[in-house]
Design a protein around this ligand. Structure first.
Ligand code: HSE
Length: 411
């Protein structure tokens, strides 16, 4: 059986490298007589590349080649990736992708097309890079009702936050370094504005709770507004700030899903996750909490997950994986404004005593936070549990100037 790769960027070239490096072992695991990479689609030229003879700029060279049974899509972006993947499935080829945008937007649809054609559409690498998470959720944890899933899902932002917190590096320098190391997306806004995490939590929520959750249903904040003062207040509280994607299931069949920076307690299993590492906490009714941890980005870790899916496709040509991923339903995702939690608030004021009195009056029992060297013209505190709707109403009538407002988690 032959394989094609569409997109020879960081992940695509990593897939070619792993397929070559571990060739014999991979063929043996696939239970196929042979498993060869025979085509690579990319519009760019790669003179002198060891795979030079395999390159084409014409998608039809893959589509019309009947010897190719598995196509790896590592192009990224929605178009033309979606069009190519759809055509491959309709032409009888299984598809493996690392493209979270594609899966988050078109997962249900492409799984349906794969089902109709008795093929596999696999996407282990789309969340958590090299961390096994899609298979564990759909297979190993299948006996559980999953109540919540939460994680540090973006290596670039976690790397940036780690460098800022522990090395005092500027945001720009840390981002540049992440890009040089191949962690960041082509457009780093997708990382730092939270979109990448949003796509990943959509995929996880769809898998865990059974109905497709689309990115436009998920409230998303990135890390661009975080200040070093926020980081220090989090330490004073007894924790750290992380960019968290999370989704929760409620008894009435509805769910919540959001991406925001959050205060995480120092003893939480998510708190010690630094650099490019990702961690995903799954809360099941039988297993309790289980955490998956590892390299969430990078060439070879991501290629590791892609190639595992390739082996799975090769091994199961007559069997299709069923993820139990159904269509979206209206009003399934409740508004982030109705989700209760405590909030960390940083108020800027030239009269902190007056600001504190106003904060107590409007927010109720608040807990003051401070740290050595905290600016004299601000106060930091934690509110009681409330919805964002309540928070916004109280903040408006209090007349306080809110510098930061960050959710506080219970993990
Ligand atoms: N840009 C992504 C990240 C790559 O930093 O996590 C892996 O999805």
């Amino acid at each position: 059986m032959n394989i094609a790769i569409m997109g020879y960027g960081v992940v695509g070239s990593g897939v070619a490298e792993v397929l070559k490096k571990n060739h014999d072992h991979i063929v043996q695991k696939s239970m196929q007589p042979s498993l060869e990479l025979t085509r690579i689609l990319d519009l760019r030229d790669f003179p002198g590349d060891e795979n030079e003879k395999l390159f084409t700029k014409d998608f039809n060279d893959i589509l019309n080649d009947e010897t190719i049974g598995i196509v790896v899509e590592t192009m990224g972006g929605l178009h033309p990736a979606y069009d190519f993947v759809l055509a491959c499935l309709q032409a009888g080829k299984s598809v493996v992708t690392s493209n979270k945008e594609l899966v988050a937007e078109k997962g249900y649809e492409l799984l349906k097309v794969a089902e109709e054609n008795n093929l596999n559409f696999l996407f282990e690498a789309s969340v958590g890079g090299g961390i096994p998470i899609i298979r564990p959720i759909s297979q190993c944890l299948a006996a559980n009702e999953i109540d919540e899933i939460a994680g540090i899902l973006n290596g670039t932002t976690n790397f940036i936050l780690t460098k800022m917190i522990h090395e005092g590096m500027s945001f720009d320098d840390a981002l540049k370094l992440a890009q040089q190391l191949g962690y960041a997306e082509r457009n780093p806004a997708a990382d730092v504005e939270g979109m990448d995490t949003c796509r990943k939590i959509c995929i996880l929520a769809s898998l865990c709770f059974g109905n497709h959750v689309y990115p436009n249903e998920v409230y998303t904040e990135g890390i661009t507004k975080l200040t070093l003062a926020d980081v220090k207040y989090a330490q004073a509280w007894g924790g750290v700030i992380k960019l968290i994607g999370r989704a929760t299931r409620y008894g009435d069949g509805k769910i919540s899903a959001m991406v925001t920076p959050a205060f995480i307690q120092a003893h939480s299993q998510l708190a010690g996750v630094d650099d490019v590492f990702n961690a995903i906490l799954v809360r099941g009714d039988a297993i309790g909490d289980v955490v998956f941890y590892g390299r969430g980005a990078g060439k070879l870790p991501t290629a590791s997950a892609v190639v595992a899916d390739v082996i799975d496709c090769a091994k199961h040509t007559q069997r299709r994986k069923n993820f139990g991923w159904e269509n979206c339903i209206p009003n399934y995702v409740v508004s982030y404004r109705d989700i209760k939690c405590p909030f960390f608030v940083r108020v800027v004021s030239c009269d902190p005593a007056k600001a504190w009195a106003a904060a107590e009056k409007h927010f109720g029992e608040i807990k003051r936070l401070t740290y050595d060297g905290a600016p004299q013209d601000e106060i930091g505190f934690i509110t009681p549990m409330m919805t964002q709707r309540e928070f916004d109403e109280k903040a408006a009538v209090s007349g306080l100037t809110i510098g930061s407002m960050i959710r506080v988690t219970d993990y």
